[in-house]
Write a protein that binds this ligand. Structure first.
Ligand SMILES: [Zn+2]
Length: 281
């Protein structure tokens, strides 16, 4: 596995670590730079982040995104995959009439509120070129073709729920469905890392729930779950949540899929998602 991290580095500070030709300038003030996490400069990015913050009260980098690329052998031998829905759009269902029952959420961190109605979303806002997408509220939308593929391949653990395009009507879309994941028992364990950014594991626990359901703000490593919590389903999710409850944002469970589902997604060239290898301890 080759792991890289893409940073959005503040252009003014970039020359402290990068050549002028390195990366790609995004406007005048930000540069996108991707480096391997085993590059010695990776840890230097973390050091410069701390130094820049203490000296200037600004950041060396803002956005970051870790990518993991695998060999064919690694993919063929994997027993489990993480499903990352990378196509994210607005509005959230909540802005379009979808109701949540916040009384069912964790009283400390707000994770886990049950969706109390169908998903209401205007079809015009769903990305047409992706077959799996999610809203900023974490609601996952799949195309009719994905629904058919899941049925044809007997994918277990998925609920394909109605999506209602118009908040004033219970009429259901024929083209789009909400993906529900039926089981949420997978237990995340070490060496999974969850924290604030690649250099900050949140040792103070500011973004974790003391009740143990919300394990942090961002996933920083591949995921490992206990073998006893694997279950039988082809698609399932973790008991724990990652993220934050703020405004329209809701903590999300990590979605895991069997090699069978991965093969369907790859062979059918389903757009809007990326996978990573996940582990069973
Ligand atoms: Zn909680």
């Amino acid at each position: 596995m080759r792991e890289t991290c893409e940073f959005r580095v503040v252009e003014e500070f970039a020359p402290q670590l990068f050549e002028s030709t390195e990366g790609k300038r995004l406007g005048d003030s930000v540069r996108k730079v991707e480096i391997a996490t085993d590059d010695p400069r990776f840890s230097a990015v973390g050091r410069l982040q701390l130094e820049t913050r203490s000296k200037t009260d600004r950041s060396f980098f803002y956005g970051w995104n870790i990518r993991r690329r695998y060999s064919k052998t690694e993919l063929d031998n994997a027993v489990l995959f993480l499903l990352n829905v990378t196509s994210v759009f607005e509005p959230a269902g909540e802005e379009c009439g979808t109701k949540y029952d916040d009384s069912t959420a964790c009283p400390r961190c707000g994770a886990g509120a049950m969706q109390a109605t169908s998903l209401f979303l205007p079809e015009s806002r769903i990305p047409k070129t992706k077959e799996i997408s999610k809203t900023i509220g974490g609601e996952i939308v799949v195309s009719q073709r994905v629904k058919e593929l899941f049925l044809r391949h007997d994918v277990t653990g998925a609920a394909l729920l109605p999506l209602c395009p118009n908040s004033s009507s219970s009429a259901e879309s024929n083209a789009w469905f909400q993906l529900g994941v039926l089981e949420a028992n997978a237990e995340v364990i070490a060496p999974t890392r969850v924290g604030i950014d690649p250099f900050d594991d949140d040792v103070k626990g500011e973004c974790r729930c003391p009740l143990g359901d919300l394990v942090g703000l961002n996933l920083l490593s591949e995921v490992t779950i206990t073998s006893g919590s694997r279950g039988e389903a082809d698609i399932f999710c973790t008991r724990q949540f990652v993220g934050v409850r703020r405004g329209l944002l809701r903590p999300e469970r990590i979605i895991l899929i069997s090699p069978k589902v991965w093969r369907v997604l790859v062979s059918e060239k389903i757009k809007g998602v990326e996978i990573e290898v996940a582990h069973i301890a």
